[in-house]
Design a protein around this ligand. Structure first.
Ligand SMILES: Nc1nc2c(ncn2[C@@H]2O[C@H](COP(=O)(O)OP(=O)(O)OP(=O)(O)O)[C@@H](O)[C@H]2O)c(=O)[nH]1
Ligand SMILES: [Mg+2]
Length: 236
């Protein structure tokens, strides 16, 4: 996080992580489509081949919240293919929050788990701690056959501490909810550490309501994602 008190500016880095082809780039594309032009900048996709990200994508967002507070968000995706680990590490540097995009298909359980493990390792290498990192999990591709059923995902959500979202990113479903959940969780964490509420006079729920209304989104999208106790089990 970068805070510029004088200019009332906060810059946050949010990273979309997950196995290859789980839909990370698709999430950013969907956000770019629905967010108003005055908030969302250009979606930069650096080097892609056949749908695969070779470097990263970046979607910059600029949101003017309460009392002249400017939020600058940088949304990144990592390349999911196993061979691009060095790039994933680089992109994760100084991340303020992570959205883990899992593929809902039964066939992808092992690659989701492997990618999650890889996330933990790469955070560690960057001096970050998975248990302290604001993290939301998205189970994407809910439209495909042979996915893990809703009740199984709900059970994982109950057992874990991370907020879980179900989505069909290719249809834009669940994408905003995931993003807003991540933003709220990230704000909550930074608030604890840096007392942002005192400095800027708004709590995370107020921030979210501001952001949704500025972005022209329905209020109902905001779900309170205050995290449970740390260190709970997580789903594969
Ligand atoms: N059926 C279905 N397809 C999806 C969904 N989300 C993404 N896809 C498709 O899955 C493929 C991979 O999506 P990407 O967003 O490029 O995946 P990625 O996670 O960025 O992949 P890497 O860059 O290789 O890490 C594309 O063909 C998408 O259109 C979904 O919810 N349902
Ligand atoms: Mg990609």
């Amino acid at each position: 996080m970068q805070v510029d008190i004088a200019r009332r500016e906060i810059a946050l880095k949010l990273v979309y992580y997950g196995p290859a082809l789980s839909g990370k780039t698709t999430n950013l594309q969907a956000l770019h489509r629905v967010l108003p032009d005055e908030s969302a900048g250009r979606l930069m996709s650096l080097e892609t081949r056949d749908d695969r990200t070779l470097f990263f994508d970046l979607l910059p967002l600029r949101i003017e919240a309460a009392g002249g507070l400017k939020l600058k968000l940088k949304l990144y995706t990592v390349p999911g293919q196993v061979c691009h680990n060095a790039t994933r590490r680089l992109v994760l540097q100084a991340a303020d929050g992570v959205a883990f995009i899992a593929d809902s298909r039964r066939s992808e359980i092992a690659s989701n788990a492997e990618s999650f493990q890889n996330l933990a390792e790469n955070l560690h290498v960057n001096g970050l701690d998975l248990r302290r990192m604001p993290l939301v999990i998205q189970f994407n591709k809910r439209d495909l056959p042979d996915i893990r059923p809703d009740d199984e995902i709900d059970e994982l959500a109950r057992r874990g501490r991370e907020p879980v979202f179900k989505s069909i990113a290719s249809e834009g479903k669940g994408v905003l909810e995931t993003f807003l959940g991540l933003l709220q969780l990230t704000w909550n964490r930074l608030q604890e550490e840096h007392h942002l509420d005192e400095r800027f006079g708004l709590d995370s729920r107020q921030l979210l309501l501001r952001v949704t209304s500025l972005l022209g989104l329905p209020k109902g999208l905001v779900r309170d994602v205050t995290a449970g106790p740390p260190g709970g089990p997580r789903g594969g």
